[in-house]
Design a protein around this ligand. Structure first.
Ligand code: SF4
Length: 319
């Protein structure tokens, strides 16, 4: 255990299945009271990282480097320890309430079960009061606790998932694409709720998303993942307004414009996919117009450019 360590800390973390590297050299901290958005396209490695943090990597996965959860070293954690961490220290908000909430259970029954498990000292009366408190905390009327999942709107269902995740009063909240089933208004409200849990209650919030613009709007910092590596990590406003990595520049430029777009030359086409984790060189070397011989031969290491961490030999503000 390290001192002054962030509740969620990954240091040189990697994951592979046999010779297939799915995550490499992940350095990331999520501190108490901040929202970090982990953003990446499909296949970037978000789910593998999420499973590793939850101790749910499939059999055969080989991890290396460090991953600490509230001071507990992943490599030393027993199954009993993982069971204590999940729910009590790590709260997970799944993607879709329709699939995550059992159709035959009312909201009060689900909340009661989680409270009994994670707060066993509460008697029945105290658990009822805690249910009302949790629903109020996520902006729901306590009368909704008598409903079944099919009687909830998408936004209400997602808030029930947040209430379930908060029932163990976790230090770390992990939201896995929590707005994917919501309309824009409900999505914005839910992201605001996550920011409130971080800023007002001091939780460390990791928001996993494919939507850079939406998550950056509420996150304090953004970490962009591509081909199993973090490519740019920095303050959300800086990454959104002035990205320095060519891939992140392409992601930001791919947003639908509010005004007719001005022609711009980009180092990468927005659709350019990185190749699978390469053994040498940068994953974008085949498609990036900024690539040179060094990009082909050397995997870029972390460096600081314009106030954020980036893995690119030629990162700079502007195309
Ligand atoms: S390291 Fe080279 S190939 Fe990779 S993104 Fe940067 S400029 Fe492009």
């Amino acid at each position: 255990m390290q001192t002054e360590q962030a509740p969620l800390t990954l240091q040189g973390f990697g994951l592979r299945y046999g010779s297939d590297v799915v995550l490499a050299q992940i350095d990331l901290q999520v501190r108490a009271g901040e929202v970090v958005a982990l953003v990446g396209a499909s296949g970037a490695g978000k789910t593998s990282l999420l499973h590793a943090v939850l101790g749910l990597s499939p059999a055969g996965a080989c991890a290396e480097g460090g991953l600490w959860i509230h001071g507990v070293d992943r490599a030393q954690a027993t199954e009993v320890e993982w069971a204590r961490l999940r729910g009590r220290v790590l709260g997970l908000i799944p993607q879709d309430p329709l699939t995550a909430l059992p159709a035959h259970r009312r909201v009060d029954g689900l909340l009661d079960e989680v409270l009994r498990r994670h707060q066993p000292t509460l008697d029945r009366r105290a658990r009822r009061a805690a249910q009302a408190r949790l629903l109020q905390q996520v902006g729901l009327d306590s009368a909704l606790r008598q409903r079944y999942p099919h009687a909830l709107s998408g936004g209400q269902g997602q808030r029930v998932l947040v209430a379930l995740a908060l029932a163990g009063d976790p230090a770390i909240l992990i939201a896995d694409e929590p707005t994917s089933a919501l309309d824009a208004v409900a999505a914005r409200a839910l992201l605001g709720l996550l920011a409130q849990e971080a800023h007002a209650r001091g939780r460390a919030v990791l928001l996993v998303s494919h939507d850079l613009a939406a998550s950056a709007a509420v996150a304090d910092r953004v970490a962009v993942l591509a081909a199993g590596r973090l490519v740019e990590v920095g303050p959300a406003a800086a990454v959104m307004c002035q990205p320095v990595h060519p891939y992140v520049q392409a992601l930001v430029a791919a947003r639908p414009p509010l005004l007719p777009p001005r022609p711009r030359r980009l180092a990468l086409a927005p659709t350019a996919a990185p190749c699978a984790q390469p053994r040498h060189g940068c994953a974008f070397a085949a498609t990036c117009v900024r690539a040179d011989g060094r990009c082909v031969e050397q995997i870029p290491a972390w460096r600081t450019v314009a106030g954020r961490q980036v893995t690119c030999h030629h990162a700079r503000v502007g195309a």
